[in-house]
Design a protein around this ligand. Structure first.
Ligand code: PRP
Ligand code: ZN
Ligand code: MG
Length: 224
């Protein structure tokens, strides 16, 4: 008989990676993430850590491939909208909104663009990695735009003549400034969050999740 292990997906590298690892360690997990392996075993708990791209985490949780995921609400909501529009299941439980990974999804236009309101973008093409969040916002505002999907380098699209404006993540604003763009509208506020798949788990695994959740609450409270 093998003991079941809890599977947790975390971002391999990027804006959430360091703080997610620090949180797991503060919860008492002995992690050895030095090697560039996809899966790491926690030495002192029946837990396996999968390190993947953040964009893959919501789907891994929704499909039950992993039990828990630490992910930004931006990619989570984008995946949920995409699956919803395709009639695919997009169920998950939010266990805890975390205290790091804050950023916003914003519209940005070239410095010289005369922007007053969302309808200033009527007929424009926007480059983005978040077409579903962008289209939901524009639909609510009754503005017709087209979107160009770019997984990276979104901020160079206007200067490269690929788009009139962009919809991208902003935290410090340094990327926009370096590319001659100005932020004109925040369309989504995001934090890191901990999610669980919707399928019921065996009692020992669920008990482990409950314990982990209590520890996370304790770690966050201690910082407040
Ligand atoms: C985002 C965004 C910008 C940058 C903005 O990318 O695409 O490149 O952060 O941050 P700033 O306002 O502090 O300059 P990020 O690397 O977070 O995500 P990605 O790797 O998934 O594109
Ligand atoms: Zn990403
Ligand atoms: Mg980026």
């Amino acid at each position: 008989m093998t003991t079941q292990r809890l599977r947790i997906a975390i971002q391999k590298s990027g804006r959430l990676a360091t703080e997610t690892q620090a949180l797991l360690k503060a919860c008492g997990m002995r992690l050895n993430l030095r090697e560039q392996r996809l899966i790491s075993h926690v030495e002192n708990m029946p837990v396996d850590i999968l390190r993947v791209r953040d964009d893959d985490i919501p789907g891994l949780v929704m499909d039950g491939v992993v039990d828990l995921g630490f992910v930004g609400e931006n990619v989570l909501e984008e995946e949920r909208l995409e699956r919803q529009s395709k009639g695919q299941s997009a169920d998950f439980l939010t266990l805890k909104r975390l205290d790091f990974g804050g950023c916003r999804l914003s519209l940005a236009v070239p410095e010289e663009f005369d922007y007053a309101a969302p309808d200033s973008l009527e007929g424009c093409r926007l480059a983005t990695s978040y077409p579903y969040l962008l289209n939901r916002f524009m639909k609510e505002k009754g503005v017709n735009i087209s979107s160009a999907m770019l997984k990276g380098s979104v901020e160079v699209a206007p200067r490269a003549g690929l788009a009139d404006a962009i919809c991208d993540l902003v935290s410090t604003g340094a990327t926009l400034e370096a590319n001659g763009l100005k932020e004109v509208e925040v369309i989504f506020q995001s934090m890191a969050t901990l999610i669980q798949g919707h399928r019921p788990l065996d009692a020992p695994l669920q008990r482990l999740i409950d314990k982990l959740q209590l520890r996370i609450n304790g770690v966050i409270q201690a910082k407040e």
